[in-house]
Design a binder for this molecule. Structure first.
Ligand SMILES: [Zn+2]
Ligand SMILES: [Zn+2]
Length: 342
C-alpha cells in the first residue's frame, strides 16, 4: 500500500512510499482508514522538531472501518466504524503513570504517527482497547477529529475550572482553539477568541461557532477589547492555544486577579513572559497535555448527546498523494481542519 513515510532522521525526509500492508495478529484489529487529519505535530515531525522514529508512517488523528479482527479478539466485528486512541500504541503498563491511567507520562510511550506507524495509509493494525465506536449519527469526517477533540475535552472540562456566567479567552483560533471554543459555548460560557494577522478565516469561523467577540490582535488591542467587554474586570479564564509568545502575554494581561490560565499549545522554544503577572494577580497556571482513556470515553458520550458537532470544522479533504498541499494549508493557516484520505 502507499503511505506517507518519514523515511530517515533529520529535517524533511518525508514522501509517499510503497510499504507492506500490515498483518493482523491474533490479538489485533485491522482498520481501513477513512480519514486522517493533518496536525501541527505532523509538521513538527517533518521538520524534525518533534521526536520521531523513522522509518515511520505519519498520521495520528483518524477514523475508519474494522475490516478484520484477530481470532483471539472478542466483541469487535468487521464493518464497525471506529476512531482510535493512537497515543497508547506503546507504553510499559507498569510505571506509576501507566497504573494511574496517565499513560502520556510513561517514559516508554510511543504514539502512532511518530513512534510507530500511523494512518496516512490505507490500513492500520491496532489493539482492540484502542478502538472507540463512532455513534451512528456522526460522520467519519467528524470522527477523524477525535484525537484533538479529546485534548480539548481534557483542557476545557477536566484541567480548567470554568463555570456558567464566567468569561473565557481562547487565544489562537487554530483547530485546537476552535474545539475549545465549541466546548465552552456548549457549556454556556461567554467566550472571546483572539487571533493574529492571517487568522481572518479562522476568526470568522470562531464567530460562526458562537464566540461572543473575536479580536484580530494585528488590528486591535486585545487587553483594551477585553477591558471593554468585561467592564474593566478582565477574563476569568484564558486558554493559550497559539503557542506564541505574544499570545502567552496577551492571556496573562487579559486575566483578572485570581484568574485561571491553561497552556494548551506547544511553544516549541523558550519564550520570555512577565512572570510577575502570576504573582501580582495570584493566577492559577496549569498545563493540559493530551488526555486519558477516560477522557475518550467521555468524548464519545459528548458525541452521543449531540450538543457539540464538528462537521463544520473540516474545510478541506485531499488524497494522501496531495500531502504537500495539505501540509502547506496547515502551515499557512489557510484552512480549518484538513483531512486526508487514502
Ligand atoms: Zn494531532
Ligand atoms: Zn509506563
Amino acid at each position: 500500500m502507499k503511505a506517507l513515510v518519514k523515511f530517515a532522521p533529520g529535517p524533511g525526509n518525508l514522501d509517499i512510499l510503497e510499504v507492506d500492508e500490515p498483518v493482523c495478529g491474533p490479538r489485533e484489529v485491522k482498520v481501513e482508514i477513512a480519514f486522517c487529519g493533518v496536525c501541527g505535530t505532523d509538521l513538527h515531525v517533518m521538520h524534525d522538531t518533534f521526536r520521531n522514529y523513522p522509518p515511520v508512517i505519519l498520521g495520528h488523528e483518524f477514523s475508519g472501518t474494522v475490516v478484520e479482527a484477530g481470532r483471539e479478539v472478542a466483541g469487535v466485528t468487521p464493518g464497525e466504524r471506529v476512531t482510535v486512541l493512537g497515543a497508547t500504541a506503546v507504553s510499559c503498563g507498569t510505571c506509576r503513570y501507566c497504573r494511574e491511567g496517565r499513560f502520556i507520562f510513561c517514559r516508554d510511550r510511543r504514539g502512532m504517527g511518530h513512534g510507530v506507524n500511523g494512518a496516512f495509509a490505507r490500513y492500520v493494525v491496532v489493539r482492540p482497547d484502542q478502538l472507540y465506536r463512532v455513534p451512528d449519527h456522526l460522520t467519519l469526517e467528524e470522527a477523524a477529529i477525535s484525537e484533538p477533540f479529546a485534548a480539548a475535552v481534557q483542557a476545557v472540562t477536566e484541567v480548567t475550572e470554568v463555570r456558567l456566567g464566567e468569561t473565557a479567552l481562547v487565544s489562537g483560533p487554530g483547530p485546537m482553539g476552535l474545539l475549545c471554543l465549541k466546548l465552552l459555548v456548549a457549556q454556556g460560557v461567554r467566550t472571546i477568541v483572539a487571533g493574529a494577522a492571517g487568522d481572518d478565516l479562522r476568526l470568522a469561523a470562531a464567530s460562526r461557532f458562537g464566540a461572543s467577540l473575536t479580536i484580530n490582535t494585528a488590528e486591535e488591542d486585545l487587553v483594551q477589547a477585553v477591558h471593554e467587554l468585561t467592564g474593566g474586570a478582565g477574563v476569568d479564564v484564558a486558554l493559550e492555544c497559539a503557542g506564541h509568545p505574544a499570545s502567552v502575554r496577551g492571556c496573562l494581561d487579559s486575566l483578572r486577579p485570581m484568574g485561571r490560565y491553561t497552556q494548551v499549545a506547544i511553544c516549541g522554544r523558550e519564550i520570555q513572559f512577565p512572570i510577575d503577572r502570576i504573582f501580582y494577580k495570584q493566577l492559577t497556571v496549569r498545563g493540559s497535555i493530551c488526555y486519558t482513556a477516560r477522557t475518550w470515553e467521555r468524548m464519545i458520550e459528548i458525541y452521543r448527546q449531540g450538543r457539540v458537532r464538528l462537521h463544520d470544522l473540516v474545510s478541506v479533504k485531499l488524497p494522501i498523494s496531495e500531502w504537500r498541499t495539505a501540509f502547506d494549508l496547515c502551515a499557512d493557516r489557510k484552512a480549518l481542519k484538513v483531512l486526508m484520505h487514502p
